[in-house]
Design a protein around this ligand. Structure first.
Ligand code: CTP
Length: 399
């Protein structure tokens, strides 16, 4: 099992370490907690032992069976995350002081190191702390910037421990990033678009954006710079991803084209509304005045246009169909000149629109196809990006 070491210091935000452990576990990682002596004043080590199933380490000489545990643990973990990290711990790390298990382990660790500070705002902004952070950054240690807000001391300012989800995303990126995606821009579109008739009425579709948000999250973890252009959804954007919100198809097109030049991969999951009203009104139309027949026109086909100016980019299309999904998706793949088409049949109950699960068929222009049986959209996003990685590597080797 993949494992991370979680260093925990004495901070009121220590309770958030429980959520960090849970999030890593849900991604398939084991967690070994190392507490500072002072942290045990806030929480008993037994809590972390219960959560992780492994003895929480506090002191250098705790385990009589494994006398030099700080060295043997080094080979077991792929990340050292310190969250929350106090000013004292950061200071000790920056000066190479190794007077307890956590600081000794930091000096022995060969894996990436990520630090999430949590402290009073004056302590965080103190030139000494900033100097220590700069020094550690220059040595390759990464930081998760603290949030600004109300602190335990009642003051407002920077110093709040970053949200667990953000810390975990950055940690997973350090562990999972691949050379194929590093320094590449991945553009993802997600969600529905809404085409308004007047300020209170629109045509749209039931897309939730889940597939696109999962792909954006996965691409970030794999090391890409991710731009997410999203239609209206209730979803929380994945941390680390640049988000641009749009409403109508025309706005989505404009946003996509703005970033297209920099993009290496485009994942077009958005369920772009196909029609818009020919005439729209800036004020609410009285129901007695609405024409019985409304004239509509088609919205721009964004993907088709991207296909016509593809260059070196890799385009991935998504076709949500009701029946004969593969046949219809194959036609769209050709027409829109995409490199990988993801077809799914939304008429099946339990999968597709708004569901957490999906069942898809991947189609390639050379005639290959691969079915991914029903599974979570997270797992499907991992499979799709694994195929994108193969395509990117194939192109690289052809050049
Ligand atoms: N797409 C797009 N712009 C549109 C419509 C669709 O970029 N105006 C993209 C979608 O994001 C998706 C792919 O084209 O990646 C296929 O979308 P789909 O709605 O299945 O295809 P349409 O071309 O709209 O065909 P139809 O609605 O007739 O099935």
């Amino acid at each position: 099992m993949k494992k991370i070491a979680l260093g925990v210091c004495s901070s009121v935000s220590i309770y958030k370490a429980c959520e960090i452990i849970r999030l890593f576990q849900s991604e398939g990682f084991g967690v070994r907690v190392i507490m500072t002596e002072k942290a045990t004043r806030f929480i008993d080590p037994y809590l972390f032992t219960s959560l992780t199933g492994e003895r929480t380490i506090v002191h250098l000489f705790d385990d009589q069976q494994r006398p030099i545990e700080h060295i043997s643990l080094v080979d077991e973990v792929s990340l050292l995350l310190v969250a929350p990290a106090t000013a004292n711990l950061i200071g000790k790390m920056a000066s190479g002081i190794a007077d307890d298990f956590l600081t000794t382990f930091y000096l022995a660790a060969k894996c990436p190191v990520l630090v999430a500070p949590a402290m009073n705002e004056a302590m965080y902004l103190h030139p000494q702390t900033q100097e220590n952070i700069r020094k550690l950054k220059s040595l390759g240690v990464e930081f998760v910037e603290p949030d600004t807000g109300y602190l335990a001391c009642g003051k407002k300012g920077p110093g709040r421990l970053a949200p667990p989800e953000k810390i975990v995303q950055q940690g997973l990126r350090l562990v999972r990033a691949k050379d194929t995606f590093r320094d590449k821009v991945v553009l993802v579109t997600a969600g529905p678009t809404r085409e308004f008739l007047d300020p209170v009425r629109f045509v749209s579709n039931p897309a939730s954006g889940k597939m696109g948000y999962e792909l954006a999250r996965e691409a970030y973890q794999l090391g890409a710079e991710v731009i997410l252009i999203s239609g209206p959804t209730w979803l929380e954007p994945p941390p680390g991803v640049y988000l641009e919100r749009v409403t109508e198809a025309a706005e989505m097109k404009e946003a996509v084209l703005k970033h297209y030049a920099r993009a290496r991969v485009v994942l077009m999951t958005a369920a772009v509304a196909d029609f818009r009203f020919r005439k729209t009104r800036p004020e609410k139309i009285r129901k007695t005045e609405i024409e019985r027949t409304l004239e509509i026109e088609t919205t721009p086909d964004i993907l088709e246009e991207l296909g016509q100016h593809k260059g070196q980019r890799l385009l991935v299309g998504f076709a949500a169909e009701t029946g004969q999904a593969v046949e219809k998706a194959l036609e769209k793949m050709k027409r829109k000149q995409v490199d990988l088409m993801v077809a799914n049949d939304v008429s099946q109950p339990e999968v597709g629109f708004a569901s957490d699960e999906n069942e898809v068929v991947l189609l390639w222009p050379d005639g290959r196809s691969r079915k991914i049986p029903r599974t979570s959209k997270r797992k499907i996003s991992q499979e799709i990006l694994a195929e994108v990685e193969v395509l990117l590597n194939e192109r690289k080797s052809k050049r």
